[in-house]
Design a protein around this ligand. Structure first.
Ligand SMILES: *Cc1c(COP(=O)(O)O)cnc(C)c1O
Length: 226
């Protein structure tokens, strides 16, 4: 990716995010995670040089390779993909800033056990399948609050910081909005339990997600397009 394209991509994104967040409130702050899963370490570095600090990967092996290649940069790494049980130890060893994709109580128990063995803690979001699509991971919205509380009480090595969802796969904006509203309602109910992040919104729907209350967006293709 050319440096001038990276600058333009990031500026365009920030301009849109800024406008969208101000439509919510001047106090509504939105954090951007650059999803680098289809991009090279060189491209990540170019965006870093333009000021982007947080990046997300969806495979443990890719996170390992890219974070090692870019070891000298103080990048904040996020993990956003489905976590397989046999990759848990590898992920813990990479010390990601935030795991967005804790998608079942069973996985939380397993993760907690491995964190305990390593005497470590890990910040996570509970992923919610707000669109009820079989292809998507996450807990059923109806059970989300109970599962969140169970993780808080049974998994002391997991630092739960909020919720994540992927918007409905639809051309109908109302369908997408519905999945964001469901997630935001759960997030609001969890406020008293310390939830800080409502991670929702990707390249195609981040403005809608912000209008629905997202404060953490995960943007890949728009940011890395050449
Ligand atoms: C790939 C991915 C994104 C980014 O998607 P884009 O449409 O490229 O912005 C965000 N979140 C998750 C969980 C992803 O897998």
């Amino acid at each position: 990716m050319d440096k001038s394209i990276a600058t333009k991509n990031l500026n365009d994104l920030i301009t849109k995010v800024e406008a969208a967040r101000l439509r919510v409130s001047e106090h509504h702050i939105v954090k951007i995670v650059g999803v680098s899963k289809y991009s090279s370490s060189d491209d990540i570095k170019i965006l870093y040089e333009n000021g982007q600090r947080a990046f997300g990967e969806n495979k443990v092996q890719d996170l390992k390779e890219k974070s090692e290649t870019l070891d000298e940069l103080p990048i904040e790494w996020h993990f956003i993909g489905t976590l397989q049980k046999n990759k848990i130890n590898n992920l813990i060893d990479l010390n990601p800033t935030l795991v967005h994709s804790l998608d079942s109580f069973e996985l939380a128990l397993e993760l907690n056990k491995k964190l305990e063995a390593k005497n470590k803690k890990l910040s996570c979001l509970l992923q919610i399948n707000s669109s009820y699509e079989d292809s998507k991971s996450g807990v059923d919205p109806k059970n989300a609050i109970d599962i969140y509380k169970n993780i808080l009480s049974k998994c002391p090595h997991i630092v739960l910081k909020g919720v994540m969802t992927i918007g409905a796969h639809s051309e109908d904006e109302n369908e997408i909005k519905k999945s964001f509203d469901i997630t935001k309602n759960i997030f609001d109910s969890l406020n008293e339990y310390g939830a800080q992040y409502c991670s929702m919104g990707m390249s195609k729907d981040f403005e809608l997600a912000i209008s629905c209350g997202s404060n953490l967006i995960r943007v890949g293709s728009t940011l890395f397009k050449v």
